[in-house]
Design a protein around this ligand. Structure first.
Ligand code: TXA
Ligand code: MG
Length: 340
């Protein structure tokens, strides 16, 4: 298949993307979190093609994106008061709210679950496109399954060119990690995936919030999974990533004493001058939002270092840092080395 490159700055390209979607095609689209691989959420056949293009396991449900609160009601059985309060506080924005699904949700979208996650993205291009298409859009991150999520149109192109109808370029993503996923289908509400909306901000609206243990720990063998995406290896570069937890000084000592021509580092900008191995930076220690913005591009760049092992700085799991830590620890297959 020949993939069309479309630019969101051109109104006719937006129209073209909307037409492709209305006809059951797949388009890589910008959102404020990461690029999504979009299809008409009410068209089961179109959504099925998303799984084929990404190589996504069939049991992993898709998030449905809306551009107006009135599009939410028909997708779910009921919108409880707590859900309305969350929407009021954080939509449009990087928050996905899971609720029991309505019958119009195709089986491909819910992947056998009786719930559906809905998100109202803040990105003006995503919103305009949903309006033009006239339907809600199902969209997982637009990467090949297992690869880091895409934060530029070029990342999408690299992974999916030839497999989808078009990529719509809207520039780099602002948030850089995928949305916060919360379930209100259980009581108390449960955080499945940390993102740009922090647990503290959610608690301010909800009071009680449980953090699913899978956010920071590997699933136990045979454990029941509440959110299928948590069980898959994710974000993994070719090299083995190992998180090194400890002070900056201890990290430098560890990395430099293990330098052997086949090792590299994934570190903050201010670490670069202290290290004697090839390295890629993701933001600065003091700025979790920049770490989030730069992490996935950094993980993709690690492949260029041509090393076997990458020692990563351990993000502080506070605020947006919890989302950074959650992604990095999956990229590392949960391997953490404690150095002091
Ligand atoms: O920011 C985002 O959320 C991006 C952009 C494109 O909106 N989308 C995204 O989708 O990250 P995806 O499919 O890559 O990740 C969705 C995660 C998966 O881990 C999935 O298992 C979980 O959310 N999920 C989706 N629907 C669910 C449901 N009904 N119940 C439990 N988990 C669900
Ligand atoms: Mg994904």
């Amino acid at each position: 298949m020949k993939t069309e490159y479309l630019n969101a700055r051109h109104p006719e390209d937006l129209q073209r993307a909307a037409k492709i979607l209305a006809e059951g095609g797949l388009v890589g689209i910008p959102t404020e979190t990461v690029y999504g691989l979009a299809a008409n959420a009410l068209n089961g056949e179109a959504c099925k093609r998303i799984f084929a293009a990404k190589g996504r396991p069939a049991d992993n449900p898709l998030i449905v994106h809306i551009a107006d609160l009135s599009q939410w009601e028909p997708l779910v059985r009921k919108i409880p008061e707590k859900a309305r309060r969350l929407a009021e506080a954080f939509w449009p924005g990087p928050l996905t709210i899971i609720l029991p699904k309505a019958d119009c949700i195709p089986a491909e979208v819910s992947a056998g679950m009786d719930t559906v996650g809905v998100r109202f993205p803040a990105h003006p291009v995503a919103r305009e496109l949903i309006r033009l298409a006239g339907v809600p859009l199902a969209a997982p991150s637009a990467n090949l399954s297992g690869r880091p999520s895409p934060t530029t149109a070029q990342h999408v192109w690299k992974d999916l060119e030839g497999k989808i109808e078009a990529v719509l370029d809207g520039g780099p993503c602002n948030v850089g990690v995928e949305s916060t996923v919360i379930s209100l289908a259980v009581d108390p509400p449960r955080l499945f995936r940390p993102g740009g909306v922090t647990p503290a901000a959610l608690r301010e609206i909800l009071g009680e919030l449980e953090i699913d243990p899978a956010v920071v720990k590997p699933l136990e063998e045979g454990a029941k999974v509440a959110s299928p995406g948590m069980k898959y290896k994710h974000y993994a570069p070719k090299a083995q990533v190992k998180i090194v937890r400890g002070s900056a000084e201890a990290y430098y000592r560890y990395v430099n004493s293990h330098a052997n021509g086949r090792t590299g580092a994934l570190c903050y900008q201010e670490d670069a001058e202290k290290l004697q191995v090839p390295l890629i930076c993701f933001g600065t220690q003091a700025d979790e939002s920049r770490q989030a913005q730069e992490l996935f591009e950094a993980l993709r760049k690690l492949d260029d270092l041509q090393v076997d092992t990458v020692y990563a700085r351990c993000p502080d799991p506070e605020g947006v840092g919890l989302a950074v830590y959650n992604r990095l620890i999956r990229a590392a297959g949960f391997e953490v080395i404690q150095v002091d």
